[in-house]
Write a protein that binds this ligand. Sequence first.
Ligand code: CA
Ligand code: CA
Length: 255
Amino acid sequence: MSVFCRGQAVLLALACLGAMPLARAELPVKLDGSGRYVYRQDFNTLGAVSRTYDWVDNRTLPGWSLLNFVEQPLVTPTYRADVGDDGSGSFYSYGLEGDANRALGALGSGAAYFGTPAAGALAGYITVAFRNLSGQDLDRIAVRFQGQQWRQGASDNLNTMVFEYGVGEVFGHVNWVRPGKGFDFESPSPLIGTPEGQIVNGRDPLASARLGGSLPTVWPAGTKLWLRWAFLNNHGFDHGLAIDDVEFRAERAPR
Ligand SMILES: [Ca+2]
Ligand SMILES: [Ca+2]
């Protein structure tokens, strides 16, 4: 903290804190002139060259965090950029080599990266949080996103990326709702016949799906709403699954 910030007044101290990096920085939601909030995330600021990158919750992508299966930040906070030929357990920035169009995903495993989850158990979560600063309860909420498969694991099982949402201050104390069909992404590879242990182009229409829709909930003013995508350490070799082009909308239904 600078000499200037070692000040006396509380307000001054708060101003100085405001200038420091925010440990928790959920996305602030205020309505525009037409009474709507629209957020879009294309993940295209993520790394695009096949290697490991540092990840910082709420900073690499403001509002976004990567958690392990015990709902804690990663012990080794990194992600890998890859085209889908890497079978290691990790969160991934998936895309063609060097291509700026990225998708954020994961390939589950029982290795240390996710904290050695058991086979068939949760590996980790991708999550994003929003704070309702509109001054009113919002009750017309919708999320849309692409589900994509970028790698076919050597076990051609069905792997499912589960979407859930909920309101709560702390990730571990949210009453999560799973809308299920139309929101969960089921790996298409058993249907498209990719050779096992191979790259899949996740933007191929056969390997992707448009998912999401309305979330029937009331989002009280001042509270925090979370979206999360859960990844398992599936039995055997996991597929690489990802999300892209996330759109989140919130407004108040006409009275
Ligand atoms: Ca993208
Ligand atoms: Ca596995």
